[in-house]
Ligand binder design. Structure first.
Ligand code: VAH
Length: 328
């Protein structure tokens, strides 16, 4: 029976991944971990640990206590937050990964680690970005991802560690707020459209980026992790793609459901980050090696996001009403 540790378990991907893994392998077989204590998690019945991934000894303790055989290592800083704290970004993203690889080496663990299209930079081909090409990231986040990919490949080739990775695009989801990335606009816009009918976007309307709906991202991660090891021929990180669209194309799709919705644009420091990334990724290698294929295109993403987020906001609204009433 699998025993899985998820680091960064309360992040945008971690939250959905924990739910998917618990549905697949059993709730008690998945240990959530977060860097800062989450009080209500400590009281619940499901396995949860506080873990700073820069503490290798603590990581090893948890792996041995639960007899973990797989780590989904999601803990890390994203691009925008990373630019605001480069030292912390390097420490968590690189030293945290190195600790996971070291423990995976000594305990024969299988590892998933998310890289990002942020490994690419201003000199990378913008369209149909190849699996092997120029990687000259302009953010410390991107530098940590290039470094991380090289570490993954080194541990796989030198020590036989079964580490697998995907260069994830911007991820769109409704179960948690995004956590400090450049693609956060593609999530925030849905909350703003439903709650306020208007949004101020921090990138220009024509900014086109590779994106993916969370169900596709979770399916890709699980598919990659369950594929026969012999099929995984890229041990740095696989290009993976679903759909690319511009901010204004996203607005137009939302307006099909919310005709009154308006969006204005106030580019900030994240515009330069977005401009350094590719527009369309060639993921033919992932499709050939282990059968990747996406499901959601832009219309399907917008339809599902608006429906599910509206339902969630209503539920949260009702719960806060009940909570407020109980105070009086
Ligand atoms: C970020 N959401 O914006 C992440 C991701 C490709 C973008 O790496 O930093």
């Amino acid at each position: 029976m699998k025993t899985i540790l998820v680091t960064g378990a309360r992040g945008q991907i971690g939250s959905d991944l924990v739910s998917a893994l618990r549905r697949r392998f059993g709730a008690t077989q998945v240990i959530e971990s977060t860097r800062k204590a989450v009080p209500h998690l400590e009281g619940n019945l499901l396995p949860y640990e506080v873990l700073d991934v820069t503490d290798e000894h603590r990581l090893q303790e948890i792996v041995e206590h639960y007899q973990v055989d797989t780590i989904y290592h999601l803990a890390g800083l994203l691009s925008a937050k990373g630019e605001q704290n480069p030292e912390l970004c390097w420490n968590i993203n690189v030293n945290g990964l190195k600790n996971v690889l070291q423990v995976a080496k000594s305990h024969q663990l299988r590892v998933f680690w998310p890289s990002s299209i942020a490994v690419f930079g201003p000199h990378t081909p913008k369209l149909d970005t190849p699996q092997i090409t120029v990687e000259d990231p302009s953010t410390v986040y991107g530098i940590t991802k290039v470094t991380g990919e090289l570490l993954c490949r080194y541990y796989a080739y030198q020590f036989g560690v079964d580490v697998r990775s995907l260069r994830l695009p911007g991820i769109i989801s409704y179960s948690t707020l995004p956590g400090g990335g450049t693609t956060d606009f593609a999530v925030e816009i849905f909350y703003a459209a439903l709650k306020y009918g208007t949004y101020t976007c921090f990138v220009r309307p024509e900014t086109r980026l590779p994106m993916m709906y969370m169900p596709d991202a979770i399916a890709a991660i699980l598919h990659l992790m369950e594929a026969d090891s012999a099929l995984i021929k890229v041990r740095s990180s696989y290009n993976i793609a679903a759909v690319s669209f511009s901010a204004e194309e996203l607005v137009a799709e939302i307006q099909k459901y919310l005709p009154e919705f308006t969006c204005d644009y106030a580019p900030d420091f994240r515009q330069a980050i977005a401009d350094s990334w590719p527009c369309v990724i060639d993921d033919s290698r992932a499709r050939a090696d282990w059968g990747w294929k996406h499901t959601y295109d832009l219309p399907a993403i917008v339809a599902d996001m608006l429906a599910k987020l509206d339902e969630r906001l209503m539920r949260v609204g009702q719960e806060s009403m009940v909570c407020a009433q109980s105070l009086f």
